[in-house]
Design a protein around this ligand. Structure first.
Ligand code: CP
Length: 312
């Protein structure tokens, strides 16, 4: 009988699939993996295991941090970063691609432009699927590294005022993050242009399933008293036209002037990539946590892979 952790045995499709205890288990394991990373010692928990990364949309952080995580655990990697180099271009379906690749690997990390694609793929795969972003749906591993970052920066995960800002309609990272934060009793404010506010079904589900009430505003000033400001990019690729995107492209900007009015100890986060929503002048300020946040992608994804695949 396998001694693997029951957490993630079927993969990780949505943050909602994890219990609060399971989320806390990931955060604890991530701390251990951070120590492994910092020690420079290569672990061998996943020796002889292969991870496939199938990325049907561009990525820098998610794909490369997953690949780094797997290699740091002693495993191997296969996959593609661009579907134009795969047989998708010959008309192969996602179902067939996943079925075949699951016979070549022990886990598949999938990014796809269609909401629900990861769950669909899981129905055809013989190995766990990790959702690395499905359209405007979810990005659960990002939410786990976001929680890890908040705990590192603030030394707690409860009782914080957290403002989530930007394209909350199309931003999959914020959908997963909101569901993750809802387990930990924080005041959450969604700040977005009216047209890009979070979908009503997400807001009502946060309230009804988790008792998480959300304040909503269009004004960035609603974040002035926040402990954490989580900025996001306007998701140009989800808009019907460039003209429509440009209406919102410069809607919010965090700069030194804004931070002179905010809490002195506010933590600024961003899943990245950033476009215009945080001025580079902020990067050197103690408040900016977004590069540390991106770096935690490796230990958190090591924790996820180890808990999913390791016998030890
Ligand atoms: N945060 C994130 O998902 O970044 P990438 O698109 O570069 O993977």
């Amino acid at each position: 009988m396998s001694s693997r952790s029951p957490v993630f045995q079927k993969g990780l499709l949505s943050i909602k699939d994890l219990s609060t205890n399971e989320i806390e288990e990931v955060l604890s394991e991530s701390e251990r993996m951070l120590k492994v990373c910092r020690s420079g010692i290569k672990a061998d928990h996943l020796r002889n295991m292969i991870m496939a990364t199938l990325f049907f949309e561009p990525s820098t952080r998610t794909r490369l941090s997953f690949e780094s995580a797997m290699q740091r655990l002693g495993g191997g990697i296969i996959g593609f970063a661009d579907p134009s180099s795969s047989s998708t271009m010959k008309g192969e379906t996602l179902a067939d691609t996943v079925k075949i690749v699951s016979s070549y690997s022990d886990v598949i990390v999938l990014r796809h432009p269609r909401d629900g694609a990861a769950r669909e793929a899981a129905g055809f795969a013989d190995v766990p699927i990790i959702n690395a972003g499905d359209g405007a749906g979810e990005h659960p591993t990002q939410a786990l590294l976001d929680l890890f970052t908040i705990r590192k920066e603030k030394r707690k995960l409860q009782g914080l005022k957290i403002a989530i800002v930007g394209d909350l309609k199309n931003g999959r990272t914020v959908h997963s993050l909101a569901y993750a934060l809802a387990r930990f009793r924080n005041d959450v404010t969604f700040i977005a242009p009216r047209q890009l506010q979070a979908p009503a079904d997400i807001v009502s589900s946060l309230n009804e399933k988790y008792g998480q009430r959300v304040e909503m505003s269009e004004s960035l000033d609603a974040a002035l008293d926040a402990d954490v400001i989580y900025m996001t990019r306007v998701q140009e690729e989800r808009f019907k036209s460039k003209a429509e995107y440009l209406q919102f492209a410069n809607y919010y900007n965090i700069n030194r002037n804004f931070l002179s009015r905010s809490r002195n100890d506010v933590t600024i986060m961003h899943p990245l990539p950033r476009v215009r929503e945080i001025s580079p002048e902020v990067d050197s300020m103690k408040n900016s946590a977004y590069f540390r946040q991106a770096s935690y992608g490796v230990p958190v994804r090591m924790a996820i892979l180890k808990m999913m695949l390791s016998e030890k």
